[in-house]
Design a protein around this ligand. Structure first.
Ligand SMILES: *Cc1c(COP(=O)(O)O)cnc(C)c1O
Length: 392
């Protein structure tokens, strides 16, 4: 069985492209061209050059000695936190903007929740000299002031989404509306492994550089390119897709996706989408999402702004259904504990999202000689206020 997308844009029962007719030409153009463009030598050369010199790749695979001693197993951290702009999101934004340029687009739109994807997209727009419009819920604009400032400094226009709950899903609706109104010159950079086909596959491919490097680095450091476990946090699913990608069809490597349980899975304040979700359509794809009996989206909750997304990308819905990956969840409190532990034991301040992956180490029953890779998706600078507030 393959866990990759099929030619119809589906991962098992999930995926597809459920879009308004007005968007069909844009999405269809992308579908027809993305693989051809991504496989062009000149495209690969430009992308790889920028990943190296601008983003700072390859990101190190760091053996966390003291953390390993604490958990009595061998733990490696894939350091996406060291990338330019502080997280894995730049890998995808950079890839998509190079693609947009080759499609002749001059105007870039994006949606953002916590602002991390907005910052990554504003960054690559400045790099390429393209106009950038970022839609963001009005409430998120208030909550995420430093990232709004970054986007503005980088020349992006931040447009508040005033409808609904004034958060990420409303910003996404605004972005889609804008795209419908500007189909000719505009390209929509989606920030996670979600959206209509081909976005989930395209984003997964741009993020797959993570597991591509992991293989080389593990071989060099341990003599074996296959770890026993890979652990990644799961919002929409892009950093998990990237760190699982080259291991999907190797069932000896156990894949673990960690969702945000917020205040507890059944507390009514959670973002544990796969466990709580039912099949439905969100942002143009059929996938697992949190919804009421009559199909209204339930507002997710997590202390970590990057994980409170009501759905999960279609690749992950399929990994969940088939059992290829294990889906776990940790609460806000457990994630915070993992933050303070990594600071204390390794001198690394992780993003609150990434700390969810780290917190799962408490539950992992690994043996002393097992190799465990945790994808450290981002750095914690953006979360300092939260960390100070909860520090004992
Ligand atoms: C956005 C973000 C996430 C969650 O998004 P995915 O698409 O699930 O990876 C995780 N970690 C960090 C640091 C982020 O910025």
């Amino acid at each position: 069985m393959s866990y990759q997308v099929n030619e119809k844009g589906y991962y098992g029962n999930y995926g597809g492209a459920f879009i308004p007719e007005m968007l069909y030409p844009n999405v269809e153009e992308l579908r027809q061209k993305y693989l051809t463009i991504m496989n062009e030598e000149s495209f690969k050369e430009e992308l790889n050059g920028l990943l190296k010199d601008y983003v700072g790749r390859p990101s190190p695979l760091y053996f966390a000695k003291r953390l390993s001693e604490h958990y009595k197993t061998k733990i490696y951290l894939k350091r996406e936190d060291l990338n330019h702009t502080g997280a894995h999101k730049i890998n995808n934004s950079l890839g998509q903007i190079l693609l947009a340029k080759r499609l002749g687009k001059t105007r870039i739109i994006a949606e953002t929740g916590a602002g991390q994807h907005g910052v990554a997209t504003a960054t690559v727009c400045a790099l390429m000299g393209l106009e950038c419009i970022v839609f963001m819920g009005e409430i998120d604009i208030e909550r995420q002031a430093p990232n709004v400032a970054r986007m503005k400094l980088l020349g992006a226009k931040v447009v508040p989404a005033l409808s609904g709950s004034k958060t990420l899903k409303d910003a996404t609706n605004e972005a889609i509306r804008d795209w419908i109104n500007n189909p000719e010159d505009t390209y929509y950079i989606i920030g996670s492994a979600v959206g209509p086909h081909p976005y989930p596959d395209m984003v997964a491919r741009f993020q797959s550089v993570i597991s591509e490097e992991m293989k080389i680095q593990l071989l060099e450091k341990t003599g074996n390119e296959n770890p026993d476990y890979i652990i990644a946090c799961l919002g929409g699913g892009s950093n998990a897709a990237g760190s699982f990608y080259h291991y999907l069809d190797n069932e000896n490597v156990k894949l673990i996706a960690v969702e945000a349980a917020g205040k507890g899975i059944h507390s009514g304040h959670s973002a544990a989408t796969s466990v709580l979700g039912k099949i439905g359509v969100i942002h143009g794809s059929k996938t697992l999402l949190m919804q009421t009996e009559d199909g209204q989206i339930i507002e997710p909750y997590s202390l970590s702004a990057g994980l409170d997304y009501p759905g999960v990308g279609p690749m992950h819905s399929n990994l969940f259904e088939t059992g290829r990956a294990t889906f776990a969840s940790v609460t806000d409190d457990e994630a915070l504990k993992a933050v303070y532990m990594l600071c204390e034991l390794e001198g690394i301040i992780p993003a609150l999202e990434s700390a969810h992956a780290l917190a799962h180490l408490e539950y992992l029953k690994a043996k002393p000689n097992d190799i465990v890779v945790v994808n450290l998706s981002g750095r914690g600078d953006k979360d300092l206020a939260t960390y100070m507030k909860f520090m004992k």
